[in-house]
Design a protein around this ligand. Structure first.
Ligand code: ADP
Length: 473
């Protein structure tokens, strides 16, 4: 069964279970049938014998009855009178044979197919017993009748059990005869039904094969809205392909963006070296040339470092440990550290509400805060000021921790605001400052990982405010 198709397995299971069920049903019917039949046979026997017992009298002479009455009776000579038997006496009814006997076992009237076998067996009062003869089981019921004038006769009823059981046997064998046909029909319908049920699965397999064969992640499996298991599976499959497609697309774009970014400093280095090597240069010229190369090398190094950081963080399946984190303490710690940068005479102050907790990853949150503050320094004006605030607010009925990094630097133009979170994007105004354009892309990714929100407000030439809204823990 190991390497067999699901269709084959379903069919086999279906067939086996059906045969077992049908077999069990037959057995139950057969057993219950014979039990019921046996008790019915005995009930008949009692009923017939008792009814017959009510139809027997003793009369001294036949003259006691008028002629009209006498036609309805049978008179059998018995001792010094007659046994008078109503014509309603049932000799043979429902396979039960009844006969009337004297005390000594002499048959007076009636039917007894086992006369020879039973005449040696003495009567016993009101008892039911069994007799086997010629492989047949008989139920026998003896009933003692005390008639007038202390006359005693016996009514013996005999019924064959086997006759009826044999009928049941016939029914069973007819049923057994049909069983193989039934099994074949069951297996065929199982095969057909499983084929029908598994058809969408084959469709799924075909599409998956074609996707992997042609390496075409744009293909999707056609689904309907039936909502059954296979449709759900197809939907999950489609979603998976969609995600893969997006991941590959992102990677492709990243690689092309990254090589594009690296090409610029490389081109500068090449041009500069060519310029230096063109002819003999003065010491001053060499120095200038190497300075340019050094600056470009530094730019490439920081680009590569940022790119590594970014890709490491952006790995789709990377799981970050999220825990309840004291955001207040984290913001305070980083603010204190970064205050010391004091670049361009810029001062940094903070207003932090204590004990604001969020669910997050401390390492990522630190990086987010650092990136925002270092941008505020980088794009700040001489002797400017950075204000970091952390406060609690209520948004749409939910408590949020709001982090703001405000600067009075160069600000951004309206058209830049929607692009600054894209990888490698740098506004024209910031081209002169060092940077890779990856810092805010990283910030955005961290915000997403924390299911937070980020907003930027800026006035060109006046300054910018970056605001992050975290769900409170
Ligand atoms: P980088 O700073 O390395 O260029 P970022 O992704 O951190 O890259 O920022 C992208 C761009 O957004 C920057 O080049 C700059 O144009 C703009 N920007 C970011 N922060 C500020 C800020 N505080 N003030 C003005 N412009 C900013």
């Amino acid at each position: 069964m190991k390497n067999k198709s699901i269709r084959f397995r379903i069919t086999v299971w279906f067939g086996v279970v059906l045969v077992l069920l049908v077999g069990l049903t037959f057995l139950t019917i057969r057993l219950a049938g014979s039990v019921v039949l046996r008790s019915t046979v005995r009930d008949y026997l009692f009923g017939v014998v008792e009814a017959n017992a009510d139809n027997i009298w003793y009369v001294k002479s036949m003259e006691e009855d008028s002629e009209e009455e006498a036609v309805h009776f049978i008179y059998v000579k018995f001792e010094d009178g007659y046994i008078k038997i109503d014509e309603d006496f049932m000799n043979t009814v429902n396979d039960v044979n009844s006969a009337v006997y004297t005390q000594t076992g002499e048959m007076l009237y009636g039917e007894n197919p086992l006369a020879l076998e039973t005449d040696r067996i003495p009567f016993a009062e009101t008892r039911l017993w069994k007799l086997s003869h010629n492989n047949m089981d008989y139920n026998i019921y003896d009933r003692k009748l005390n008639l007038e004038e202390e006359k005693t006769v016996w009514v013996r009823g005999i019924v064959s059990e086997e006759d009826n059981i044999a009928k049941l046997g016939q029914i069973t064998s007819v049923s057994l005869f049909f069983l193989p046909f039934l099994v074949i029909a069951a297996i065929a319908s199982g095969y057909f039904l499983s084929g029908k049920m598994l058809a969408p699965l084959r469709e799924l397999e075909k599409t998956a094969e074609s996707i992997s064969g042609r390496n075409d992640l744009k293909q999707r499996i056609e689904t309907n809205d039936s909502g059954d298991e296979i449709t759900r599976l197809a939907n999950v499959f489609n979603e998976m392909i969609e995600r893969l497609d997006r991941a590959f697309e992102t990677e492709r774009r990243f690689t092309s963006d990254a090589s594009h970014e690296l090409r610029t400093p490389m081109a500068v280095i090449r041009a500069e070296t060519e310029y230096i090597l063109e002819k003999d240069r003065t010491n001053e010229e060499y120095r200038e040339g190497f300075d340019v190369i050094k600056r470009q090398e530094a730019r490439m190094s920081s680009l590569i470092e940022d790119m590594l950081d970014y890709t490491r963080m952006d790995q789709a399946n990377r799981q970050y440990e999220m825990a309840e984190t004291d955001l207040s303490a984290l913001v305070l710690e980083i603010s204190e550290q970064m205050m010391r940068i004091a670049e361009k005479g810029i001062s940094l102050t903070w207003e932090i509400v204590p004990d604001l907790f969020v669910v997050g990853n401390a390492m990522l949150l630190s990086r987010l805060i650092q990136n925002l503050i270092s941008n505020a320094y980088r794009y700040g004006k001489e002797n400017g000021h950075i204000l970091v605030t952390l406060e609690e607010d209520i948004q749409d009925g939910a408590h949020v921790a709001v982090l703001r990094v405000r600067d009075d630097g160069i600000g951004m133009k309206e058209e830049d605001l929607s692009k600054i979170f894209d990888r490698f994007y740098r506004s024209d105004a910031s081209r002169t400052t060092r940077g890779t354009g990856l810092g805010l892309a990283m910030v955005k990714r961290i915000v997403e990982l924390h299911e937070a929100e980020i907003r930027v407000d800026s006035i060109f030439g006046e300054g910018s405010v970056f605001t992050v809204f975290f769900k409170k823990a």
